[in-house]
Ligand binder design. Structure first.
Ligand SMILES: *Cc1c(COP(=O)(O)O)cnc(C)c1O
Length: 362
């Protein structure tokens, strides 16, 4: 049996007609940027997440970058970023002119807790970016408490945590701004690049919208030296269809993850843990293993696809070699031991049981 790391085939087959009809509708209407589909998606997504405002943008990296620009973060500022995350989180800080300051996450949940964050705060610190990595929230009560004490902004990187809850509320609603990516492979994915910013603050929402549209809210009147990063009509229209399925998709990912959690019994494998007061949406099912590379090779021989999130920590990336970022022990350990198992909508019981069987025999 062959099990890919991920595939969208089953998911997209189910909604094929609705998606193609929507495409045809937008195609025929002939209005492709800044129209009704984007406005409706923004309204529906804000309602779904539980914030007052949502602004569609070009991608997840831009959502983070625009969030910081709207908060006037830039040259001379520092922003706290987890040491193990996709490089986009750090790059977004770098692009504003500020400096990312890396802090190790909790090894159990792969997410920031209060540990280490407070020590990393200096006079230059402006914000904490909490990344709800792999699909579960960080310890928001603790993070918000520290942020309040030191008067810092909190930005949530929710690129992997659509529909994930902390104390019953969705990620993206806790900080000043929540940033989402709708890259095709995310838990809510477009058929191209797309992203969004959510917030309860009207001024922030308007500023993000302006900066993302050449610094302009009124045509040919430019208040900021903005960029071009907009959510187009086709992606917005298709996202509206997939958003209606997101509760169902989330439940299915949780069902599959629970099968892994109960049936993987090999003592060489460290299973992921869900922190207290939160739900996990399993964008990534991340295990740890001391002999990770050997395990990956073994699974490959058995036709099982896996991915490492992430093989080189941000501090060790060539792109950051001149920045002398903190090279931290937990980031190094995760880069050496983490392996992500197959998990996708449409994965059959036969497929998941095959993966479990092969892993338990390792
Ligand atoms: C995917 C991702 C991003 C970037 O999103 P894009 O839409 O690819 O720009 C940012 N942060 C995290 C944690 C991600 O996983």
């Amino acid at each position: 049996m062959k099990v890919p790391f991920a595939t969208m085939q089953v998911m997209h087959k189910e909604i094929r007609k609705e998606m193609l009809d929507k495409f045809t509708e937008i195609y025929d209407k002939g209005w492709y940027i800044g129209g009704e589909e984007c406005a409706k998606f923004e309204e529906e997504y804000a309602k779904y997440i539980g914030t007052k405002y949502c602004v569609g943008v070009g991608n997840g990296l831009d959502a983070l970058r625009l969030a910081m620009l709207a908060l006037d973060i830039g040259e001379g500022d520092e922003v706290i970023v987890p040491s193990n995350t996709y490089i986009a989180t750090a790059l977004a800080v770098t692009y504003t002119g500020a400096r990312p300051v890396l802090v190790d996450p909790d090894l159990d949940t792969f997410n920031l807790s209060e540990k280490g964050v407070e020590e990393a705060i200096t006079k230059k610190t402006k914000a904490i970016i909490i990344v709800n990595l792999y699909g579960q929230s960080g310890d928001m009560d603790e993070i918000i408490k520290i942020a309040k004490k030191h008067k810092l902004y909190v930005i949530e990187d929710c690129a992997q945590s659509h529909n994930s809850l902390y104390k019953g509320k969705k990620t993206g609603t806790f900080g000043d701004i929540g940033c989402f990516s709708f890259y095709p492979g995310k838990n809510l994915g477009a058929l191209g690049d797309a992203g969004a910013v959510v917030t309860n603050n009207k001024k922030i929402a308007e500023k993000v919208r302006a900066i993302a549209n050449y610094g302009s809210l009124v045509k040919y009147k430019h208040d900021y030296k903005g960029v071009n990063s907009r959510l187009d009509e086709i992606q917005a229209g298709l996202l509206r269809i997939k958003l209606k399925q997101l509760d169902k998709y989330t439940k299915e990912r949780q069902r599959l993850a629970n099968i892994y959690l109960t049936k993987i019994t090999n003592p060489k494998i460290v299973l992921p843990k869900v922190g207290k007061d939160r739900t996990h949406v399993w964008h990534v099912f991340a295990i740890r293993c001391k002999t990770r590379d050997d395990l990956q090779e073994y699974l490959k021989k058995h036709d099982i696809g896996t991915i490492i999130h992430y093989p080189i920590s941000i501090a060790k990336q060539k792109a950051y070699k001149d920045d002398k970022l903190n090279d931290l022990p937990i980031a190094r350990k995760i880069a050496k031991e983490e392996l992500s198992l197959p998990l996708y909508i449409g994965m059959t019981d036969e497929e998941i049981n095959y993966v479990i069987d092969v892993i338990n025999k390792y």
